[in-house]
Design a binder for this molecule. Sequence first.
Ligand code: E4P
Length: 225
Amino acid sequence: MEFFLDTASLDAIRRWQAFGLVQGATTNPAILAKEGGDPLDQLRQVAELVDGPVSAQVTHAEAPAMVRQGEALSQVAPNIVVKVPADLEGLAAARELKEKGVSCNITLTFQPAQAIAFAKVPVAYVSLIIGRVDDFGLSSVEEIANARAMLDKLETPTKLLAASLRNPTQIIAAVNGGADVVTVPPSTWELVHQNPLTLQGEQDFAAAWEELPAEARRAYENLGT
Ligand code: E4P
């Protein structure tokens, strides 16, 4: 199982690379726009920094334009994977891009049946979007395991990528549901690793420790110095 970072922020990529959580990166137009500046230049820098696949999404809505833009995006760097939406224009584009040898990631997939035709191409990745469903008070985490079982039955090389993960529960569902790739926004990793109970526990233990006389603590504290 691989972990990608769902960002185009160079600082965030460097931060999470140091913790071994950047085996690839995923971007979309909103993620690139958030960084400001020239998105093409930003994408080039991300692709250079990341040692692994970097997804870049097309911005056109019709297949012929998606194919032209996708082919050009794939030439920006050798590790670019072209993202196209899980609609029929995206399906037509993905089929043509496959013939041209361009690796594709299908985005905005909310229900496993949407992945069948793409798995038959076969594309490199299908991104199952989780957080955007939860935003409406619904839940789709069970669709990760459904999609896993379905792709296995289809005997496709298409990898299942769990995306749009907003909280720790969704990350666990992605891992336990058998995603091949879990792409996590930096803000979600921050949330995972700033668990208030962990921080409070550290304070509790430190306060209890301070109640010992300094002399009693000295040998223990000086270990390894
Ligand atoms: C990733 O591939 C998707 O584009 C991304 O996870 C979508 O995230 P959002 O739902 O936060 O926009």
